[in-house]
Design a protein around this ligand. Structure first.
Ligand code: 13P
Length: 256
Protein backbone atom coordinates (compact mmCIF):
# COMPACT_ATOMS: atom_id res chain seq x y z
CA UNK A 1 0.00 0.00 0.00
CA UNK A 2 1.40 3.37 -0.99
CA UNK A 3 1.20 5.95 1.75
CA UNK A 4 0.84 9.45 0.38
CA UNK A 5 1.30 12.36 2.75
CA UNK A 6 -1.48 14.95 2.42
CA UNK A 7 -0.51 18.34 1.00
CA UNK A 8 -2.39 21.58 1.51
CA UNK A 9 -0.90 24.30 -0.67
CA UNK A 10 -1.87 27.96 -0.83
CA UNK A 11 -1.67 29.87 -4.10
CA UNK A 12 -1.55 33.57 -3.29
CA UNK A 13 -1.65 34.51 -7.00
CA UNK A 14 -0.94 38.24 -7.52
CA UNK A 15 -2.38 39.49 -4.24
CA UNK A 16 -1.09 41.61 -1.42
CA UNK A 17 1.89 43.75 -0.65
CA UNK A 18 4.98 43.24 1.44
CA UNK A 19 3.29 44.13 4.74
CA UNK A 20 0.36 41.76 4.11
CA UNK A 21 2.73 39.02 2.99
CA UNK A 22 4.71 39.41 6.20
CA UNK A 23 1.60 39.31 8.39
CA UNK A 24 0.26 36.22 6.59
CA UNK A 25 3.58 34.37 6.78
CA UNK A 26 3.79 35.18 10.50
CA UNK A 27 0.28 33.83 11.00
CA UNK A 28 1.05 30.58 9.13
CA UNK A 29 4.45 29.91 10.66
CA UNK A 30 3.14 27.92 13.68
CA UNK A 31 1.15 25.57 11.42
CA UNK A 32 2.21 21.98 11.87
CA UNK A 33 -0.50 19.44 11.09
CA UNK A 34 0.43 16.09 12.55
CA UNK A 35 -0.36 14.18 9.37
CA UNK A 36 0.37 16.45 6.44
CA UNK A 37 2.45 19.02 4.64
CA UNK A 38 1.59 22.68 4.23
CA UNK A 39 3.05 24.98 1.58
CA UNK A 40 2.45 28.54 0.42
CA UNK A 41 3.22 29.60 -3.14
CA UNK A 42 3.93 33.31 -3.02
CA UNK A 43 4.71 35.95 -5.69
CA UNK A 44 8.39 35.92 -6.69
CA UNK A 45 9.32 39.15 -4.85
CA UNK A 46 8.21 37.65 -1.53
CA UNK A 47 10.24 34.44 -1.78
CA UNK A 48 13.09 35.88 0.25
CA UNK A 49 10.63 36.98 2.92
CA UNK A 50 9.00 33.54 2.94
CA UNK A 51 12.41 31.94 3.37
CA UNK A 52 13.28 34.29 6.24
CA UNK A 53 9.99 33.84 8.09
CA UNK A 54 9.22 30.16 7.40
CA UNK A 55 12.76 28.77 7.48
CA UNK A 56 12.96 26.24 10.31
CA UNK A 57 9.16 25.92 10.51
CA UNK A 58 7.04 23.01 9.26
CA UNK A 59 5.55 25.20 6.51
CA UNK A 60 7.19 24.98 3.07
CA UNK A 61 7.14 27.74 0.48
CA UNK A 62 7.28 27.88 -3.25
CA UNK A 63 6.62 29.83 -6.43
CA UNK A 64 3.68 29.99 -8.83
CA UNK A 65 5.67 29.59 -12.03
CA UNK A 66 9.13 28.74 -13.35
CA UNK A 67 10.95 29.29 -16.64
CA UNK A 68 11.03 26.48 -19.16
CA UNK A 69 14.75 27.15 -19.79
CA UNK A 70 17.80 26.58 -17.64
CA UNK A 71 19.26 30.09 -18.07
CA UNK A 72 19.96 32.70 -20.71
CA UNK A 73 18.48 35.66 -22.54
CA UNK A 74 14.85 35.30 -21.42
CA UNK A 75 13.74 38.71 -20.23
CA UNK A 76 11.31 38.57 -17.32
CA UNK A 77 11.75 34.85 -16.65
CA UNK A 78 12.87 33.18 -13.41
CA UNK A 79 14.98 30.02 -13.54
CA UNK A 80 14.41 26.95 -11.41
CA UNK A 81 17.96 27.40 -10.06
CA UNK A 82 16.92 30.84 -8.75
CA UNK A 83 13.89 29.34 -7.01
CA UNK A 84 16.18 26.76 -5.45
CA UNK A 85 18.43 29.54 -4.13
CA UNK A 86 15.47 30.87 -2.17
CA UNK A 87 14.69 27.46 -0.71
CA UNK A 88 11.55 26.76 -2.73
CA UNK A 89 10.21 23.32 -1.97
CA UNK A 90 7.32 23.57 -4.44
CA UNK A 91 6.35 25.26 -7.67
CA UNK A 92 2.95 25.46 -9.34
CA UNK A 93 3.15 24.60 -13.04
CA UNK A 94 0.48 24.93 -15.70
CA UNK A 95 -2.14 26.82 -13.74
CA UNK A 96 -5.16 27.55 -15.93
CA UNK A 97 -4.59 31.28 -15.48
CA UNK A 98 -1.16 30.87 -17.08
CA UNK A 99 -2.48 28.57 -19.78
CA UNK A 100 -5.02 31.28 -20.62
CA UNK A 101 -3.13 34.55 -19.95
CA UNK A 102 0.40 33.50 -20.91
CA UNK A 103 -0.58 30.98 -23.61
CA UNK A 104 1.27 28.12 -21.92
CA UNK A 105 0.69 24.91 -23.85
CA UNK A 106 1.37 21.34 -22.80
CA UNK A 107 4.82 21.25 -24.41
CA UNK A 108 5.89 24.39 -22.53
CA UNK A 109 4.45 22.96 -19.31
CA UNK A 110 6.39 19.73 -19.86
CA UNK A 111 9.64 21.72 -20.10
CA UNK A 112 8.78 23.64 -16.93
CA UNK A 113 8.13 20.40 -15.05
CA UNK A 114 11.47 19.06 -16.21
CA UNK A 115 13.24 22.20 -14.95
CA UNK A 116 11.60 21.91 -11.53
CA UNK A 117 12.45 18.22 -11.20
CA UNK A 118 16.04 18.89 -12.30
CA UNK A 119 16.45 21.28 -9.33
CA UNK A 120 14.60 19.00 -6.93
CA UNK A 121 11.67 21.37 -6.54
CA UNK A 122 8.40 19.48 -6.23
CA UNK A 123 5.98 20.54 -8.97
CA UNK A 124 2.25 20.92 -8.47
CA UNK A 125 0.88 20.41 -11.98
CA UNK A 126 -2.54 21.94 -12.56
CA UNK A 127 -5.01 20.37 -14.96
CA UNK A 128 -8.68 21.04 -15.48
CA UNK A 129 -11.50 21.34 -17.96
CA UNK A 130 -13.55 24.39 -18.93
CA UNK A 131 -17.29 24.50 -18.43
CA UNK A 132 -17.87 23.96 -22.16
CA UNK A 133 -15.65 20.89 -22.11
CA UNK A 134 -17.50 19.47 -19.10
CA UNK A 135 -20.86 20.13 -20.71
CA UNK A 136 -19.64 18.40 -23.87
CA UNK A 137 -18.81 15.31 -21.79
CA UNK A 138 -15.10 15.51 -22.56
CA UNK A 139 -13.72 16.11 -19.04
CA UNK A 140 -11.78 12.83 -18.82
CA UNK A 141 -10.41 13.15 -22.35
CA UNK A 142 -9.25 16.72 -21.70
CA UNK A 143 -7.50 15.75 -18.49
CA UNK A 144 -5.87 12.75 -20.13
CA UNK A 145 -4.56 14.90 -22.99
CA UNK A 146 -3.22 17.53 -20.57
CA UNK A 147 -1.48 14.84 -18.52
CA UNK A 148 -0.07 13.10 -21.56
CA UNK A 149 1.42 16.33 -22.88
CA UNK A 150 2.70 17.67 -19.58
CA UNK A 151 4.38 14.47 -18.43
CA UNK A 152 6.12 13.76 -21.74
CA UNK A 153 9.60 14.55 -20.42
CA UNK A 154 9.40 12.95 -16.99
CA UNK A 155 10.56 9.47 -16.06
CA UNK A 156 8.93 7.27 -13.48
CA UNK A 157 11.23 8.39 -10.63
CA UNK A 158 10.05 11.98 -11.14
CA UNK A 159 6.50 10.81 -10.46
CA UNK A 160 7.38 10.26 -6.81
CA UNK A 161 7.86 14.02 -6.43
CA UNK A 162 4.85 15.08 -8.46
CA UNK A 163 1.54 16.42 -7.22
CA UNK A 164 -1.34 17.01 -9.59
CA UNK A 165 -4.05 19.52 -8.78
CA UNK A 166 -7.39 18.93 -10.46
CA UNK A 167 -8.67 22.46 -10.86
CA UNK A 168 -11.80 22.71 -13.01
CA UNK A 169 -11.52 26.11 -14.66
CA UNK A 170 -15.17 26.88 -13.98
CA UNK A 171 -14.77 26.40 -10.22
CA UNK A 172 -11.82 28.74 -9.72
CA UNK A 173 -12.57 31.96 -7.86
CA UNK A 174 -16.33 31.45 -8.18
CA UNK A 175 -17.26 30.69 -4.58
CA UNK A 176 -18.82 27.50 -5.95
CA UNK A 177 -16.60 24.44 -5.73
CA UNK A 178 -17.03 21.26 -7.74
CA UNK A 179 -19.12 18.74 -5.85
CA UNK A 180 -17.31 15.96 -3.98
CA UNK A 181 -18.98 13.51 -6.40
CA UNK A 182 -17.46 15.28 -9.41
CA UNK A 183 -14.05 15.42 -7.78
CA UNK A 184 -14.31 11.79 -6.72
CA UNK A 185 -15.15 10.74 -10.27
CA UNK A 186 -12.09 12.56 -11.65
CA UNK A 187 -9.77 11.28 -8.96
CA UNK A 188 -10.86 7.70 -9.69
CA UNK A 189 -10.23 8.28 -13.40
CA UNK A 190 -6.79 9.81 -12.78
CA UNK A 191 -5.78 6.95 -10.49
CA UNK A 192 -6.81 4.51 -13.22
CA UNK A 193 -4.82 6.47 -15.85
CA UNK A 194 -1.68 6.34 -13.69
CA UNK A 195 -2.03 2.78 -12.50
CA UNK A 196 0.62 1.27 -10.28
CA UNK A 197 3.45 3.38 -11.77
CA UNK A 198 1.82 6.53 -10.46
CA UNK A 199 0.62 5.23 -7.12
CA UNK A 200 2.85 7.74 -5.31
CA UNK A 201 1.52 10.79 -7.21
CA UNK A 202 -0.41 13.06 -4.91
CA UNK A 203 -3.76 14.20 -6.29
CA UNK A 204 -5.15 17.50 -5.02
CA UNK A 205 -8.35 19.41 -5.68
CA UNK A 206 -8.51 23.17 -6.23
CA UNK A 207 -11.36 25.56 -6.96
CA UNK A 208 -13.25 27.64 -4.37
CA UNK A 209 -12.00 25.54 -1.46
CA UNK A 210 -13.03 26.97 1.92
CA UNK A 211 -12.97 25.99 5.57
CA UNK A 212 -16.65 25.16 5.16
CA UNK A 213 -16.28 22.66 2.29
CA UNK A 214 -12.79 21.20 2.80
CA UNK A 215 -14.00 18.42 5.10
CA UNK A 216 -16.19 17.00 2.32
CA UNK A 217 -13.14 16.60 0.08
CA UNK A 218 -11.08 15.01 2.85
CA UNK A 219 -13.51 12.13 2.86
CA UNK A 220 -12.78 11.25 -0.78
CA UNK A 221 -10.74 8.12 -1.34
CA UNK A 222 -7.67 8.78 -3.46
CA UNK A 223 -7.60 12.56 -2.85
CA UNK A 224 -4.45 13.70 -1.06
CA UNK A 225 -4.84 17.41 -0.59
CA UNK A 226 -6.01 20.81 -1.72
CA UNK A 227 -4.73 23.76 -3.71
CA UNK A 228 -6.29 26.82 -2.16
CA UNK A 229 -6.52 30.24 -3.80
CA UNK A 230 -8.56 33.03 -2.20
CA UNK A 231 -9.00 31.29 1.14
CA UNK A 232 -5.21 31.00 1.52
CA UNK A 233 -5.00 34.79 1.85
CA UNK A 234 -6.60 34.69 5.29
CA UNK A 235 -4.44 33.12 7.99
CA UNK A 236 -7.28 31.84 10.14
CA UNK A 237 -9.19 30.35 7.18
CA UNK A 238 -6.14 28.63 5.70
CA UNK A 239 -5.18 27.29 9.13
CA UNK A 240 -8.67 25.87 9.58
CA UNK A 241 -8.51 24.22 6.13
CA UNK A 242 -5.17 22.58 6.89
CA UNK A 243 -6.33 21.29 10.23
CA UNK A 244 -9.75 20.11 9.08
CA UNK A 245 -8.53 18.34 5.96
CA UNK A 246 -5.71 16.52 7.71
CA UNK A 247 -7.83 15.57 10.71
CA UNK A 248 -10.72 14.27 8.58
CA UNK A 249 -8.32 12.40 6.32
CA UNK A 250 -6.71 10.63 9.22
CA UNK A 251 -10.11 9.30 10.08
CA UNK A 252 -10.52 7.41 6.80
CA UNK A 253 -8.59 4.45 5.56
CA UNK A 254 -5.94 5.35 3.00
CA UNK A 255 -6.27 3.75 -0.42
CA UNK A 256 -3.40 2.20 -2.29
P1 13P B 1 -9.74 29.75 -5.55
O1 13P B 1 -9.53 28.89 -4.33
O2 13P B 1 -9.66 31.22 -5.26
O3 13P B 1 -10.97 29.34 -6.30
O4 13P B 1 -8.49 29.48 -6.52
C1 13P B 1 -8.16 28.17 -6.83
C2 13P B 1 -6.88 28.16 -7.53
O5 13P B 1 -6.79 28.60 -8.67
C3 13P B 1 -5.70 27.66 -6.81
O6 13P B 1 -4.62 27.49 -7.67
Amino acid sequence: MTQRIPLIAGNWKMHGDRARARALLDALKPLSPAQGEVAVCVPYPYLELAQAVLGGSAVAWGAQNVAEWEEGAHTGEVAASMLAEFGCGYVIVGHSERRREASEDDACIARKLAQAIRLDIKPILCIGETLAQRQAGSTHAVLQAQLHGALALLDSTALTRLSIAYEPVWAIGQGQAATPAMVGDVITALRAMFGEAGASVRLLYGGSVSAANCGDFAALAGLDGLLVGGASLRGDEFTAICQRFCTRREGRSLPA
